[in-house]
Design a protein around this ligand. Sequence first.
Ligand SMILES: N[C@@H](CCC(=O)N[C@@H](CS)C(=O)NCC(=O)O)C(=O)O
Length: 221
Amino acid sequence: MTKLVLYTLHLSPPCRAVELTAKALGLELEQKQVNLLSGDHLKPEFLKLNPQHTIPVLDDNGTIVTESHAIMIYLVTKYAKDDALYPKDPVKQARVNAALHFESGVLFARMRFVFERIFFFGKSDIPEDRIEYVQKAYRLLEDTLTDKYVAGPVMTVADFSCISTVSSIMGVVPLGESEHPKIYAWIERLKQLPYYEEANGGGGTALGKFVLAKKEENAKA
Ligand SMILES: N[C@@H](CCC(=O)N[C@@H](CS)C(=O)NCC(=O)O)C(=O)O
């Protein structure tokens, strides 16, 4: 019997991307909560699992897999009935990989540049250049969405990755609907998934609200 344990925190976008993947595959995850604010990720027992002290981390019967993109690909490769979510075809796979790297190197990186300023540096402002940097990422995503999904006509793990971040940052850096119709249509498409709300919807909105509340708190301090 497979026992999959996920070290996670629902507020964290990459953790939600893995949750979406597990739901899509019908896999059950035993969740172990890692509270980043109280420093659980810096404790020796967690550092043994992931010396880079990031979540999510997957423990599959003793096999440790770190990093959300690697975990999603691992789960699909090992457990999926077909390769739809991460195609074996090299051309299709290259497009999915490109979208995954876009999430990691552009969307998530630019979100982090805003959020960590509030969380870890106690600031109460978001400089204009950081906002613009996120808005430029929105534009890149809008232009990338030439099909129904980020890597083509079929939904893949890259959609789970990108939506987990976009749904978190858009509550803090506004995403104009008239300028980004393709992003809004894509979000609506993903919202139709029966497991979307549980795996990502609430968490994305909650992270945005959490950041704004912390920003207010920092302003009063
Ligand atoms: N590229 C990584 C990013 C993971 C990441 O940065 N996770 C954040 C939470 S959203 C974290 O664990 N931060 C704690 C730290 O960096 O020490 C992934 O997709 O897994």
